[in-house]
Ligand binder design. Sequence first.
Ligand code: C2G
Length: 132
Amino acid sequence: MKRVITYGTFDLLHYGHINLLRRAKKYGDYLIIALSTDEFNEKKGKHSYFNYEKRKSLLESIRYVDLVIPEKNWEQKVNDVKEYNIDTFVMGDDWKGKFDYLKKDGIDVVYLPRTPKVSTSKIKKDLKLQGK
Ligand code: C2G
């Protein structure tokens, strides 16, 4: 069984996130999402609209997703790939090169093109402009 992992906040879930998860799943049979906790989001300088539990339940309803675990810090990836026997690590290419250090543990590191024209911050900005 090929096991894939990806990391993120996934707030205001949108089709860019789904496109990433659909493509990530193609690299294996089992896809884990390490979901940024509310506390870690603060460290990332993000304040999510939905809290961790709500974001987790949304992700667990997606057919491509097999497991959601908490992402509590930047450093846990090295342990996660060992603990969960990961074969492939997948992220959007806004992170290109940032996680190549995982290759030394024999992990395939894949950066996928982001879906253009959609992001959580754009959704928030556009809604604000519409006064909603
Ligand atoms: N994404 C994408 N296309 C978009 C928006 C997002 O492919 N239009 C991808 C991102 O590249 C990322 C994933 O969807 O791989 C989740 O996006 P975010 O929630 O913004 O993730 P981020 O805050 O970058 O968290 O340790 C890594 C961090 O937790 C990554």
